[in-house]
Design a protein around this ligand. Sequence first.
Ligand code: ACO
Length: 698
Amino acid sequence: MFKPKSIAVIGASKKPGKIGYEIMDNIISYGFNGELYPINLRETEILGKKVYRSISDVPGEVDFAIISIPAKYVLDVFEECGKKGVKCVALITSGFGEVGDFETEHKLVEIAEKYNMPFIGPNIFGIVYAPSRLNASFGPADVKPGKLAFITQSGALGIALMGWTITNKIGLSSIISIGNKAQIGESELLENFLKDDPNTKALLLYIEGLHDGRRSMEVFREVGLKKPIIALKSGRSKRGALAAASHTGSLAGSDKVYSAAFEQVGVLRAIDASEAFDWARCITNNPRPKGKNVVIITNGGGVGVMATDACDDYNLELYNDQEKLKELFFKPEIMPPFGSTKNPVDITGGGGELAYKKAMEAAFAAPEIDAIVVLYCQTATTNPDLLADYIIEVVKKYKKAKPFVIASIGGVAVDEMVDKLNENDIPAYDLPEKAISSLSALYRWSNFVERTTKLGKPNGLKLPLDKIKAIIAKVRKEGRVQMLEHEAKEIFKLCNLHVPNYGLAKTKDKAINIAQKVGFPVVMKIVSEDIIHKSDAGGVFIGIKDLSEVEQTFDKIIENAKAYNPKANIRGVIISHMEPKATEVIIGVTRDPTFGPTVMFGLGGIYVEILKDVVFRVAPFSLEEAQHMIDGIKTRDMLYGARGQKPANIDDLKHAIYVISQLVSQVDDIKELDINPMFAMEDKASVVDARITLTKQK
Ligand code: ACO
């Protein structure tokens, strides 16, 4: 598909403006130099090429067929392509899965598999691969060749952005429209071609939904270690997600889970198209940074402060060895005596093109500096065009040895300067924040590679699965999916989580006995599958301090439960040791339709209900990832001992999150799980209340 020697366009047309014409025209004008066979039922010649009535009539081999005929004819033509031995197909035609016709789409996949004839589409605008001078699309003709591969699920947006890349001087190795992804989606393209394509350095994916989130994660992780992946995922809002689902008939999983999954596998999620392409510009045209020391060279104080603020926002570190900075930059050819070498290095408003050149050379040559940001405010004393030439010269001289970005602020001459730099593959922006955000995206990717290479794949934790499954089997035997509190706690105990001592009492005598064993104070709760909201039924009592209180409470709980639901099957009262007050956290699990078991973590109570201060990760994950989850909530300081509070035992807490991720990925029966609250105590993380719901019996 990327390097065909011969192409057939089925539905080629002689009429400008028709898709079948535009594709032919693009293939020819972009410089494809293999065989080109237009297929049309009536014409004899299209754009100077001999026309064939059908694919079977083509005399030679066909590597790649582009089909652009109405949907109702596609199945037959597809079969004919298979018989002809066509190697692969791009199916432009709309009117399949996206309008509910999954049956025909499925048949297409069957034919493709029968003939080993992979295809992209349907419902696409085509494919461009600049190194082969292949533009088999009905998008713009003059794509700027470069090192970024752009894969898009949306057709119209893809075409629009294709045009936008041309205007904004963004070079592309390829553009692939994947539409309904009936057979080939982004994962297949990455895995089978783009991962090892020397002409592609980075990837930008426009995604509305993934068919198989887990598989995509595996592919993204593997490819992401070699090449940065930027994702633009629409459907962030609930309404947006619904629109996306109907748009390409894709399953849009919860958007927060998408963000979490992307972060876990190093995919950089951009908020909008402009941010995505800004990042892409920097990432495709720069090497991985070797260290964290960034230097900013500026001719303006204000813009330097703006960039410094942005560095803080995006966690970039400014090199701060003042002695060394002075040694490198405090030179008459770089700055006047009133210039500043405190990073940002301020060559001052009078600093000319040559001063910039010398400063950049010093920064490139210094081993202490790992990344360079240049800021330029247009002044009458400088010539932006000459400055652009100097920048191109210096960056070329140092062979892009370290990441380099520039932000130029000013009028028309500066716009031209930015264009010139971008034409020369030097990432240039019109605002400092964009330059810093883009450099930080490069750093985030680089940190992901470093972290992941060091850690390797997370190991599976050995859990006593036989014992866990035996408990589940007992629940299932009774026809229940809701586990009772003591059953859920039994599972957590088997996973080595700390659960305060407890026991189930069917009689008052047993209750006294258990209370003595677990130690006062105790909590007493009704246990019945028919009473889900235990508090509403008057079935929860806390802070019970002595045996006589245990006796009274036992009677009261049974009495309340019977009054609440006379038919309830009362199994007894659970008596647990009551933990002292501590910061409450919640660990929850749901099964996401796209990504499967997903773990949520946050602070309990109002923090989860009102502030929704929670983070997600797709299970299973490593201990380190669990640590990132803890550090990912806004209220993390509450756990680290803010305002004189005692810090929680973070090791125990992260272990609990990690164990839950392992449990739910090893035990398919668990549909949902909540530890709410878990007490994040100074010495341990304790499962105070828990609930497990099983999947429906198959
Ligand atoms: N073999 C050979 N030629 C054929 C065959 C066949 N079996 N059937 C039809 N043709 C010819 C037609 O005669 C016609 O040629 P002509 O212009 O000389 O008359 C040509 O193929 C095209 O057929 P038409 O019936 O004219 O169909 P039309 O071009 O109007 O539409 C198309 C076909 C473009 C595939 C349309 O059905 C379609 O699906 N359009 C949507 C494409 C799209 O939007 N893709 C999604 C992504 S892009 C985005 O969203 C912006």
